[in-house]
Ligand binder design. Structure first.
Ligand code: 3EB
Length: 362
């Protein structure tokens, strides 16, 4: 039986706001993605839901510092959400979706099972492969075969060690895990983002489902999984967006989107031009989703944006350019983070909803 609406929804608020909501609302939380300055977010409440905490400065939009994923089904007593831990993973799940995250400190491998020395593998690569293998094992164990979205954060993303930029090390570990676990690497990939923070462990959140999302690519860009070798020995494993579809509702999870056309970075030192190019790319992804749906459902109006800015001082330039193009009423949070290519000064990820009038009646 297919539901007329999607059995998931999102909300945005500061962390403290969550604990002021009715208990039944809190009980329907699958998980929370929370941005905060270090040490401002000590949670004293004993909570059942996973809180994926990222320490990064919020430049603007602190009212939406948390993205909350909630189950949108009737949670009668026999259908309450359940939660669990598996090694370093914390998760919570409904019948349809699972939200989880893993934080892994970067550890160097010592020896593999065969006793061979694999010390020349970069710690971030090794840690990434291990994190993804653990996530894939959980998917098998709990029978959530599909990934809607990944959120990836790591320290010093543009740093160089073991002869390779750290983002590229991450791409090697990620793709090796996809290959080792027999997952698709050249189509049907999840949406994702990959950002650099000042410090902290490798931190990965994920949204799993029991129905296959539709992977969307951007006609203006070469698919990331087909980037040429100049961007690293293994291509990045993500699609430009994933689409979740129900009779009366659609959800578009848009990956980190930047000033890249084809495979090239455009406007290397011009943050305003990068913002403009990024908005054209977002438009193209949204148009592609609408084309696949056969209907103009998604619009840039009904979207929540998370904007990552490399240099805090660029906030006004980026925000003004977004408001000039999209209007003053955009819903967005602006966060200081490093982008995965050195020349990229900003990146935008987004969550877009379409709700038919009928779905709002209830
Ligand atoms: C890009 O388009 C910019 O490695 O998971 C955007 C979204 C980017 C996700 C990832 C990287 C990732 O290549 C970078």
């Amino acid at each position: 039986m297919s539901l007329p609406i999607l059995p998931i929804k999102t909300a945005y608020m500061p962390l403290s706001g969550i604990f002021q909501q009715p208990q039944s609302w809190q009980d329907s939380i699958l998980g929370v993605i929370s941005f905060a300055e270090p040490s401002t977010d000590n949670i004293t409440e004993a909570v059942k839901f996973p809180i994926f905490q990222l320490h990064a400065p919020i430049l603007d939009g602190a009212d939406a510092a948390c993205e909350i994923w909630l189950s949108n089904t009737d949670l009668s007593s026999d259908k309450l959400l359940r939660h669990g831990n598996n090694g370093a993973i914390q998760y919570r799940y409904s019948d349809e979706f699972l939200f989880g995250f893993i934080n892994l400190p970067e550890l160097a491998p010592s020896q593999n099972e065969a006793g061979q020395n694999i010390m020349n593998i970069a710690p971030l690569q090794h840690t990434t492969e291990s994190a993804y293998r653990q996530i894939f094992a959980l998917m098998d164990e709990l029978d959530y075969p599909y990934i809607c979205r990944f959120w990836n954060y790591m320290a010093d993303i543009n740093g160089l060690d073991h002869g390779l930029e750290r983002y590229r090390q991450f791409n090697v570990g990620r793709k090796d895990a996809f290959l080792a676990c027999d997952r698709e690497v050249a189509s049907k990939l999840p949406a994702a983002c990959a950002l650099g923070l000042a410090d902290g462990p490798l931190s990965i959140a994920f949204l799993l489902g029991r129905k296959a999302p539709v992977a969307i690519e951007n006609p203006r860009q070469i698919s990331a999984y087909e980037y040429p070798e100049e961007y690293g020995p293994r291509t990045p494993s993500f699609s430009r967006a994933t689409l979740l579809h129900a009779e009366l509702e659609d959800l578009l999870l848009i990956s980190g989107t930047a000033s890249i056309v084809g495979h090239q970075t455009l406007h290397p030192s011009d943050v305003v031009a990068q913002t403009r190019e990024t908005l054209v790319n977002l438009d193209a992804v949204i148009a592609e989703a609408n084309r696949i749906l056969g209907e103009q459902k998604f619009e840039v109006q009904n979207i929540f944006f998370r904007v990552y800015i490399r240099h805090a001082a660029d906030l006004l330039l980026v925000r003004n350019e977004m408001q000039r193009t999209l209007g003053d009423t955009i819903e967005a949070v602006f966060i200081q983070a490093d982008i995965c290519r050195r020349e990229l000064l900003m990146e935008i990820e987004a969550t877009a909803w379409y709700k038919s009038e009928l779905s709002c009646v209830k």
